[in-house]
Design a protein around this ligand. Structure first.
Ligand code: 4AD
Ligand code: MG
Length: 433
């Protein structure tokens, strides 16, 4: 029989029954009883039961196939049959099973500690939950890219290695660059602002790095950062854009990955129901709401995890918190025209207590004020000379935001910890495997 290799899903096509098929993949589980081997074979398209009889395969091939471990690799030739007892109602009756790699005993099984699984992450990522997460993440990134493309925003490729620490040095990873200091990027924003002038609307999807020793369920030291920078944009325009992008992402995932969402405990209908506009609340109003809820906050204090949680626990959609006190935010944010104590910033907080997922603002275009604010922060403006130069050549109003991809996924997929949204999580206590 010399049919070409096909994927598992083809065995479930309406006309597949009775036809010869060749499959290859990995063993999810197997057992044998009474001279019959039952293997569940997995490939990228799904899984199917394969049965092999000793008298058909021959005693030697049968014995070899019997010894294949969980996650061993095999190739199968056989015929598709219906079997109401098999998962999915179909099985492949094998005429031949070739062992590609019998495999060592697979070290991952249920009731191991989280620490053990993290140490064996390179193997643990073969689980159904991880695979579902990879697929949703890919779908979300595709949806965001499609959205940005439709909006005429150009994808660009800023560096992640730099001689400046963009948001101030404290949380940047610093290293030696041929005898000079260098940093891993915390944000591509300053480069995106430079790229904005020749392109008007730009975005970048790059890893960002934060050297914070925050051991929380929402902090990674390396995360995927989707950053957008738009010319001629004010704060309302920025929020409109942000919420449309989030809705496009949630709808695409609900539409194209419903099975994966269900597996992970998020009913797809909840994401399909998401719609813009999202509620908008000033920082001042947020403080009032918090003190009414028994969480008094002094004007000028940042919203912490508890505050963000209290503001969003009962919400079904994300909410924007706008116009933060200037001291809480970065030097480049535009002061509000009617209140110099606040800046034109908007953070998007996910509902159900998941916390900040997007941080955005209008950028200050005033050269003197920017220079002054750098000095106030103890930074020598000379270090930012190239950035300040942008304010000397065709300076126009613009705004942008940064979205934490894993933060968004943690909310969409209802994951307890952000590390479940990325295959090889980097946290203060772990940067291997
Ligand atoms: O709020 P942040 O620090 O904003 C900036 O870096 C801006 N320069 C972005 C811009 O305007 N272009 O970070 C943006 C987002 C946060 O809202 C959060 O979703 C995510 O990045 N983020 C993290 N995600 C995972 N782990 C961390 N340690 C994160 N820190 C920020
Ligand atoms: Mg922020």
């Amino acid at each position: 029989m010399s049919v070409p290799f096909a994927s598992v899903e083809t065995a479930f096509l309406p006309d597949a029954v009775g036809r010869p098929v060749r499959l290859r993949g990995w063993v999810l589980r197997s057992r044998s009883s009474g001279g019959i081997l039952f293997v569940v074979l997995r490939d990228r398209s799904g899984s199917i039961q394969v049965t092999g009889k000793k008298d058909v395969l021959g005693p030697e091939a049968f014995a070899a196939a019997e010894h294949v471990q969980v996650e061993g690799a095999i190739a199968v030739e056989g015929t598709v049959a219906t079997d109401p007892r098999a998962p999915g109602g179909r099985e492949v009756r094998a005429q031949r099973i070739d062992v590609l790699d019998a495999g060592a005993p697979f070290p991952i099984f249920s009731d191991q500690t989280e620490e053990f699984r993290l140490d064996h992450r390179h193997l643990a990522i073969r689980s159904q939950e991880h695979v579902a997460t990879f697929r949703v993440k890919a779908e979300l990134l595709r949806a965001f890219r499609d959205f940005l493309d439709r909006e005429g925003v150009l994808e660009t490729t800023p560096p992640v290695l730099s001689g400046n620490a963009a948001e101030g040095g404290a949380e940047a990873f610093r290293f030696d660059y041929f005898g000079r200091p260098a940093y891993l990027s915390q944000t591509a924003q300053l480069y995106l602002e430079a790229l904005l002038f020749p392109n008007e609307r730009v975005y970048a999807l790059t890893p960002s790095f934060r050297a914070e020793k925050s051991r929380t369920p929402r902090h990674l030291t390396e995360y995927l950062h989707l950053e957008v920078e738009l010319a001629w944009c004010d704060l309302d325009g920025l929020m409109d854009f942000t919420e449309r992008m989030i809705v496009a992402g949630a709808h695409a995932v609900a539409d194209r990955r419903p099975a994966e969402l269900k597996l992970l405990g998020r009913p797809p209908a909840e994401l399909a129901a998401l719609s813009a506009p999202f509620p908008r609340l000033s920082y001042a109003a947020a403080i009032d709401r918090l003190s009414a809820a028994g969480l008094p906050l002094r004007w000028g204090s940042d919203l912490g995890t508890a505050e963000e949680r209290a503001l969003t626990l009962e919400e079904k959609a994300p909410i924007f918190v706008t116009r933060y006190p200037r001291e809480l935010k970065a030097f480049y944010m535009l002061p509000s025209a009617d209140d110099p104590r606040t800046v034109e910033a908007a953070d998007l907080l996910a509902p159900e207590g998941y916390g900040e997922i997007v941080g955005g603002s209008c950028r200050d275009t005033d050269l003197e004020r920017l220079t002054h604010r750098l000095e106030e922060n103890g930074v020598d403006p000379k270090e930012y000379d190239w950035y300040l130069d942008l304010r000397r050549h065709g300076n126009v109003p613009h705004a942008g935001f940064g979205l934490g991809v894993e933060r968004v996924l943690r909310w969409l997929l209802r994951r307890e910890h952000i590390r479940e949204t990325t295959p090889f999580p980097r946290t203060p206590s772990r940067h291997t495997p």
